[in-house]
Design a protein around this ligand. Structure first.
Ligand code: FAD
Length: 270
């Protein structure tokens, strides 16, 4: 059966066109946006339509050619992402053993298609990389997070046009339903902070006594020059050492086209 669909989807153009199925469109337009699972989704015309309307879509199909076309279609519709895959490279025997464990961990976490590669094999993916072994992670990708965040902001506004989205603003203090910020005082029935590495400081303002404190590390990245960019195709990572809290220096292709190399790790005292 899979051969039938691969043959069908391998033809030029889209087997069923790029517009969503009329019945699907009629039904989905009536529903409140949410999560959507589309099994046997073929070339993705319905998935892309639903995603453009704000649905969080998981689309699956047994035909890998269908997958490829779905991604291409998503790109053409400005849903900017690229499932380009990643290699994690071991440079000695000790790292090679940790890489075997990393593959097991990845599989236990549901990653599909993980493969250990010899130098000859991984150099076909990244010709300028040297090492003893690599783990190929085909599901890794890059995405336009700035675009996604702006889309979230649009959605918040579309739910209630009176919603305020305030940026470049520091929360100085808060009391009950009042938040004092660098841009004025706001009132809210509920306050949820997503303060990342500042979460302990925000919690302290709420008189919470913590037995731990976050010690931040800052990481600087270099951007590769035009000449150096040609040496990296996608994502190249070292094998993490669980003894240390750092990921290690890696090369990351960004969705806008640049390639970053880093980070270093310096204590962030502020
Ligand atoms: C260099 C680096 C590379 C990474 N790469 C990846 C990656 O490739 N993939 C991945 O999955 N994860 C990656 N991570 C981890 C990922 O970025 C974090 O896990 C994630 O951002 C945490 O999200 P968060 O919303 O909890 O916190 P954050 O993203 O840190 O958001 C917290 C926000 O709160 C704001 N804030 C804090 N205090 C205040 C205040 N008083 N007033 C106003 N605003 C305040 C901060 O400015 C910040 O914008 C990376 C992290 C780093 C540092």
């Amino acid at each position: 059966m899979i051969d039938f669909w691969n043959k069908r989807y391998n033809e030029d153009g889209f087997a069923y066109g790029t517009n969503p199925n009329a019945f699907f469109k009629e039904q989905i337009d009536k529903l409140k946006v949410g999560n959507l699972l589309l099994p046997l989704e073929g070339e993705g015309r319905n998935a892309v339509y639903a995603a453009s309307k704000g649905w969080k879509v998981d689309a699956v199909d047994q035909s890998e050619i269908g997958h490829d076309k779905t991604r291409k279609f998503a790109k053409e519709n400005n849903l900017n992402y690229d499932v380009c895959g990643k290699i994690v490279v071991a440079i000695n025997e000790e790292e090679s053993k940790r890489l075997d464990q990393l593959k097991i961990n990845g599989e236990q976490n549901g990653l599909v298609g993980l493969k250990l590669l010899t130098p000859e094999e991984f150099q076909k993916i990244e010709p300028n990389v040297d090492g003893v072994k690599a783990l190929w992670v085909p599901e890794s990708g890059i995405i336009d997070y700035k675009g996604i965040t702006n889309k979230f902001a649009d959605k918040v506004k579309s739910i209630n046009s009176e919603s305020l989205i305030i940026t470049d603003c520091e929360v100085k203090d808060y009391k009950e339903n009042q938040i004092k910020t660098s841009k004025g005082i706001y009132k809210s029935k509920h306050i949820i902070f997503c303060g990342g590495l500042f979460a302990d400081r925000l919690a302290a303002k709420d008189k919470v006594k913590l037995e731990m404190q976050i010690v931040g590390f800052r990481g600087d990245y270099y951007e590769l020059s035009e000449r150096a960019k040609r040496k990296v195709n996608n994502l190249i990572y070292p094998v993490p050492n669980p003894e240390f809290p750092f990921l290690g220096v890696h090369f990351t292709r960004m969705i806008e086209g640049g390639i970053e190399a880093g980070p270093n790790a310096v204590l962030a005292f502020k």
